[in-house]
Design a protein around this ligand. Sequence first.
Ligand SMILES: NC(=O)C1=CN([C@@H]2O[C@H](COP(=O)(O)OP(=O)(O)OC[C@H]3O[C@@H](n4cnc5c(N)ncnc54)[C@H](OP(=O)(O)O)[C@@H]3O)[C@@H](O)[C@H]2O)C=CC1
Ligand SMILES: Cc1cn([C@H]2C[C@H](O)[C@@H](COP(=O)(O)OP(=O)(O)O[C@H]3O[C@@H](C)C(=O)[C@@H](O)[C@H]3O)O2)c(=O)[nH]c1=O
Ligand SMILES: [Mg+2]
Length: 313
Amino acid sequence: MDRTELREARMTPILLFGCDGQVGWQLQRSLSPLGAVTAVDRAQCDLADPAAIRAAIAAVKPRIIVNAAAYTAVDRAEGEPALAQAINATAPTVMAEAAKLLGSLLVHYSTDYVFDGSKATPYVESDPTCPLSVYGATKRDGEAAILAVGGRALIYRTSWVFGARGHNFVKTILRLAGEGRPLRIVDDQVGAPTPAALISDVTGQVLAASRRGTLIEDARLYHLTAADPVSWCGFAREILRLAAATPGFDGVPAPESVTAIATADYPTPARRPANSRLDCGRLERDFDLELPDWRPFLSRMLQLLSLKRANGY
Ligand SMILES: NC(=O)C1=CN([C@@H]2O[C@H](COP(=O)(O)OP(=O)(O)OC[C@H]3O[C@@H](n4cnc5c(N)ncnc54)[C@H](OP(=O)(O)O)[C@@H]3O)[C@@H](O)[C@H]2O)C=CC1
Ligand SMILES: Cc1cn([C@H]2C[C@H](O)[C@@H](COP(=O)(O)OP(=O)(O)O[C@H]3O[C@@H](C)C(=O)[C@@H](O)[C@H]3O)O2)c(=O)[nH]c1=O
Ligand SMILES: [Mg+2]
């Protein structure tokens, strides 16, 4: 063995699915101090193919499997329930079974959309799920299957993910504003915008605090979002307010130009919860964390986008 081979033989093998998504991209960075990360994208492993998932796991024999891949097109899922189910429910089931056989830890992500939003206060992990959409139902089936397999797992429910890389609400608002479109945004759905980088960093810190997951002996569910929930309309206004304060976004419309509307005035194929707030107290207590406000992350994202524009790459 040469030096590189020796080093790799000592390292914890980690397999990351969905490395090109918002969270997966950030996980490549956050997982790197924890072991030897094999990162696979859709081209390397199609999650609609259980045999391909098993083959990827057999090739790496990971101590930790991290699944950041998902079918996340909420409205499109209403017309493609079988494909959404295959990726969001069957694929994590296959991963959980393979992880259990290896005695390995599975890290998986789920969503606020597993709830119907009728609760008046933030949801805790033990609240009953009741998804309103196909996406929410397939994600609920995925987390339920992992818990049923009963191996070692960490499931994080998060919400309203954004980051400089990938598709998200921040990019949508900047595009619509740039096109000079009048913005009409729902004001009666409330949740916590959550930076992809925060999700990946907390994932890495929990793994570090649990000795690379070896202290996690069962399947655990945690809520993981940034602090300070807002409505989608409030989020849109904050995007414009912070953009106006970022060099390179001259001429963005004023936050007050965003019209607050009701969900009933913005019909979509999928129904979304009115209350998406997730209580993250369990995660904060178990791992001595304080989840931060999303605004500084939004500001940093806008600075990155501005730099990219200025340099033309
Ligand atoms: N986005 C959000 O607002 C929220 C996300 N979550 C959850 O967090 C996790 C990460 O989400 P996020 O990073 O935002 O998602 P993204 O949509 O940014 O990324 C999902 C990734 O999954 C990949 N993928 C989709 N279908 C397949 C397939 N058949 N085979 C292999 N890979 C596939 C996508 O590849 P490709 O780019 O080729 O399509 C993409 O790289 C998911 O579990 C999601 O459900 C939870 C709450 C909110
Ligand atoms: C573009 C637009 C959206 N909206 C509303 C529709 C919807 O209620 C809300 C957000 O719209 P989006 O389609 O961007 O968001 P959506 O795809 O529903 O986002 C969700 O994605 C999945 C993956 C999750 O897991 C959730 O946590 C959540 O982040 O804003 C308006 O009111 N006006 C608009 O012009
Ligand atoms: Mg969307």
